[in-house]
Design a protein around this ligand. Structure first.
Ligand SMILES: [Zn+2]
Length: 313
């Protein structure tokens, strides 16, 4: 009977994507996805971000992950949370919409899948346009500013509160301030580096809330971005806009593991939703463009994840 159940669960995991997957680590009960707005990978490495660095030591990472080809916030965050490209989720806008005309993704977010599976979910975002990712009834706890944006600190305070009061199984936390400084002063400017140091302080505050709630050891934390940037803008195919960090830490994750040791593995933003689905045993209702990044986990180690022989010089 148990074996049957396990088989059914495995079939469920593989319904949204082709191929077989290993089971997720059994200790995982919570997933928190942090999206740091505008965080270009090299800027993340230059900024004073001890929280991010400690997650790298604890977990697996790549600084060569890719966001969508539009590389703007709302379509890219929608891809991260739905697991499909903008052409399929159809969120092409990046502004607030009039309440009467508010649009939503054409496919469910992973938050919606989790909520419908009876899990407690939360979306704490720093920009009002994120309301597009919180169709009524699809997220248990929604905290989004009514107009334009709030600060990283306000986001962190809300995230702390939600963790303390609700211990969500799946949570997305969006920090907005680095992007605003990028548009004002430039990507990679001293001001933006200083801002991301501040964002890291807020990230650590939320991680501490997971500790205080007693759920850190059963939580997988994923830190990524919606896009990078160059000059005072971002968007399109420019690799400085499309490259994003992707750092994952928590139970079962390989410590200090650079995902680029597997030359065949590339991580795309759609993989974020797919990985969250896999970790929480959620069944996608549409075929996802993303795939779970199982190579980040000890249970996902396969022969293809071994370093390539040095045949090319
Ligand atoms: Zn921007």
């Amino acid at each position: 009977m148990r074996r049957c159940l396990l088989l059914l669960l495995c079939l469920g995991w593989t319904a949204g994507w082709a191929g077989e997957l290993p089971p997720p680590p059994p200790q995982v009960e919570h997933v928190v996805i942090f999206i740091i707005d505008g965080l270009r990978p090299d800027v993340a490495l230059r900024a004073d971000m001890p929280g991010l660095r400690s997650l790298m030591r604890e977990g697996a990472f790549t600084f060569w992950a890719r966001t969508t080809s539009v590389a703007i916030t709302l379509p890219s965050c929608t891809s991260a949370l739905t697991g499909v490209t903008p052409a399929r989720h159809q969120v092409s806008w990046n502004r607030d919409q009039p309440a009467a005309q508010q649009g939503y993704p054409a496919v469910p977010t992973v938050l919606e899948l989790a909520t419908k599976a009876g899990r407690v979910t939360a979306l704490v975002a720093g920009k009002s346009k994120f309301v597009a990712l919180a169709r009524p009834g699809t997220v248990t706890h929604v905290s989004i500013p009514k107009t334009t944006k709030c600060t990283d600190a306000e986001v962190a305070i809300e995230a702390e509160r939600v963790i303390r009061e609700a211990r969500p199984a799946l949570m997305c936390v969006h920090f907005p301030d680095g992007d605003a400084v990028g548009h004002a002063k430039g990507w990679g400017s001293p001001e933006q580096l200083a801002q991301y140091a501040g964002t890291d302080h807020e990230l650590r505050r939320v991680l501490a809330a997971l500790d205080h709630a007693g759920i850190r050891s059963s939580t997988v934390v994923l830190v990524t971005a919606d896009h990078g940037g160059a000059g005072r803008t971002h968007g399109g195919e420019d690799p400085r806009s499309r490259s994003i960090p992707w750092i994952i830490a928590g139970p079962g994750v390989r410590p200090g593991y650079d995902l680029n040791l597997d030359a065949k593995l590339s991580v795309n933003t759609e993989d974020t939703a797919a990985t969250a689905c896999w970790l929480l045993g959620l069944k996608p209702t549409v075929e996802l463009d993303g795939r779970p990044v199982t190579a980040a986990f000890a249970s996902g180690v396969t022969s293809s994840a071994a370093p390539d022989p040095a045949t090319v010089h």
